[in-house]
Design a protein around this ligand. Structure first.
Ligand SMILES: Cc1cc2nc3c(=O)[nH]c(=O)nc-3n(C[C@H](O)[C@H](O)[C@H](O)COP(=O)(O)O)c2cc1C
Length: 445
């Protein structure tokens, strides 16, 4: 009997809904920060996603598009908020449609990541964050204590996942992803640290997962059976008492009964930014498994266990840099697709070069970042401000490179970490100010 050859990054992937990804390389969600003051898509989104599509990825997932324009992950987010018609009217949809056109074509997919920031919305965006419970994020005073959502607000936000997904489909996006990772609202419901409710939305894991399950159902009901619906989930929050790997396995089992096409595996939150391979607040940290394989793909050991209980295709994201590790993960069956974030910021055409053999790996620019080189990334460093500066600096550095790509320029590997932090913070504050001024003004076409 002939056995089918092991998949490689070049092998197409057929999803349960019938859609086909032309290869196994996916650009994972990265917040772009180039929305306008009314949280609508701009020509910069088009330039950015055209560049990634032309660079050879089979699937691009947008940065988080927010369902609540008052509680954002950052001021430059795109929002689809039914309470503000400026984010959903014909002009807003025309902008989304242009973005979708630029990021699709020749079989390549562009999926919209749909999200609510929950308690992880910085003070310069809002002093009114929300969460399952009033448990604040203690990160250098930058996050307000959230208001615990009541039942009607929970139901409203669940329906907004479906609302945004329907608009994404109408505008030409070829799939959607529910963001249930990294400590944002859906993820906060999953964690016993941030979800202290004693009603039907908290307590048992089944109850904590209810928000996610209902958001997935609302999404599927809105887009129909033949449209890709994905979920991004933490393999573990890596926080004492938080959403654990055992919880994750149980949620994966629950998701098996829903109609999900691709489950993306990540890990960590703002407190424990393991999604980027960084250490977080030492006092509440849980250790990460570290094998030779996991040195490149942060969550591969977790994916092995998830695979044993999952009935849906898996996308594994975090740390992948070499074709060898990507093909090995696919051939071993740890995952069905490989997610790439930072490498596609510094090398947007990396997929093409990996696929045709011109490159064997990404250049690891993050290792060259200034603070990291001075050893401040050390796991033994307990000085939180330096850890925060390191993560902020690295984020700021990638944000600046994304802005360059969005303006049609090439990335600048020589950009220093300190100038990147300054430019990033200035851009955020400028964005927050522009957004406040636009609040009461009609949006131009
Ligand atoms: C600049 C930047 C922005 C990000 N924004 C998002 C986001 O909006 N949504 C999300 O789910 N993950 C986001 N992430 C996490 C990435 O999707 C990915 O999980 C992470 O970068 C690890 O993959 P990598 O090692 O290939 O970079 C972001 C990461 C970076 C570097």
């Amino acid at each position: 009997m002939a056995t089918s050859p092991a998949p490689t990054i070049a092998t197409p992937l057929r999803l349960p809904c019938g859609a086909v990804l032309p290869n196994r390389l996916c650009k994972s969600a990265m917040t772009e920060g180039v929305g306008d003051a009314w949280h609508r898509a701009t020509p910069r989104h088009e330039t950015l996603y055209r560049r990634w599509r032309e660079g050879g990825v089979g699937l691009s997932i947008t940065g988080n598009v927010m369902i609540d324009r008052t509680v954002l992950e950052r001021p430059g987010n795109v929002a689809i908020d039914p309470t503000d018609p400026r984010t959903t009217d014909a002009a807003a949809r025309a902008r989304l449609a242009r973005w979708a056109r630029a990021g699709t074509g020749e079989g390549a997919h562009l999926w919209m990541q749909v999200s609510h920031a929950g308690r992880q919305s910085p003070r310069y965006v809002t002093a009114r964050t929300v969460g399952p419970s009033a448990v604040g994020l203690e990160l250098m005073g930058n996050y307000a204590r959230p208001r615990a959502l009541d039942e009607p607000a929970i139901r409203d936000f669940i329906s907004r996942f479906g609302h945004a997904a329907a608009i994404a489909r109408d505008c030409g996006f070829t799939g959607v992803q529910v963001h249930a990772a990294h400590g944002y609202l859906v993820s906060a419901f999953l964690s016993p640290v941030t979800n202290r409710r004693d009603d039907g939305w908290g307590g048992t894991l089944q109850n904590r997962a209810r928000f996610l399950i209902e958001a997935v159902r609302a999404t599927r009901a809105a887009v129909g059976a033949d449209f890709p619906v994905s979920v991004k989930l933490n393999s573990d929050d890596f926080r004492k008492g938080g959403f654990s790997h055992a919880d994750c396995l149980e949620v994966v089992r629950l998701l098996g009964a829903e109609s999900v096409d691709l489950l993306e595996i990540s890990g960590g939150t703002y407190e424990q930014p393991r999604l980027l391979g960084h250490e977080g607040i030492a006092e509440s940290a849980m250790p990460v498994r570290k094998s030779t394989r996991a040195r490149e793909a942060y969550f591969i050991e977790y994916a092995d266990a998830i695979r044993r209980v999952a009935t849906v295709p898996l996308l594994l994201t975090g740390g992948f840099r070499s074709r060898q590790a990507m093909d090995a993960a696919l051939a071993e069956g740890a995952c069905d697709a490989v997610g790439l974030g930072r490498p596609l910021v510094t090398e947007p055409d990396l997929p093409l070069r990996l696929l045709d053999g011109r490159s064997r790996a990404a250049h690891a620019h993050e290792r060259d970042l200034v603070f990291a080189r001075r050893g401040w990334r050390s796991p033994t460093s307990r000085w939180l401000p330096m850890r925060v500066a390191n993560v902020l600096g690295a984020q700021g550095w990638y944000y600046q490179q994304i802005l360059r790509l969005a303006d049609g320029r090439d990335p600048d590997p020589a950009l220093g970490l300190a100038p990147a932090i300054v430019a990033y913070l200035a851009e955020e504050l400028r964005g927050a100010w522009r957004r406040r001024r636009a609040w009461s003004r009609p949006a131009p076409a």
